[in-house]
Write a protein that binds this ligand. Sequence first.
Ligand SMILES: [Zn+2]
Length: 252
Amino acid sequence: MHSERSEAAGPWNGKSAAVVLSYDDGLNVHLDTVVPLLNQHDIRATFFINGTAASVAKRSDDWRIAAVNGHELGNHTMKHPCSAGLPGREWVKPEKDLDRYTTSQFSDEIAQANTILHSIDNKQRRTFAYPCGDKIVEGQSIVGVIENVAVAARGVNGGINKPGQINLYDLLAYSVYGQDAELLIQEVAKAVSNNGLLVFLFHGVGGEHGLNIDRDEHRKFIEYLASSKDELWIAPLVDVADYVVENDLVAR
Ligand SMILES: [Zn+2]
């Protein structure tokens, strides 16, 4: 059974909208809860992993299996440095303060993280997520550094990425912290009406992080996505980024 409307005309592999699910910080719950749920529904996501996450040291085989199953392991630096100088950043430790980094130090850290992820998934190409969304080192933008080592980069500013206006190295994302499934579904409806790319940014799922979604609400949302594949192209960010380039959907 095919829906003519969505399959014939959609700009995203024939679908009305593209949805990327991204999960940050290499949490255990991603391996224990999220990956099995997504696999069950034949949905693939991007997991942005900082190289010093405990799960990288202790569960690299589990990440390897996730990658073999089609999930992307994205670069999220080694130490997850964030600017301590911004409001509300009292929690940033001095050794992880991006304001104290040099550009070459930052660049080295991205390379180290790529080496570790390559040792897990044997892949050369992947996307990046700016820790805390921060993009300034030594007073200058680090976007140029990332352009050389990643296929695309996700920021933290909210919004739908619209064809022709897509900034591949600062992709807009919808951050999830406490919303229920219904609100997330409403965002997807907006993406469909805009023929856009919607990137979801999750941290905790049923716990393990202050920015969290209830486990049952997350499951309901994934079940909704699974039932909406006629209308939605749901894929890891690396695949969607390649599609954006190949189909010339970037901002000009
Ligand atoms: Zn993070």
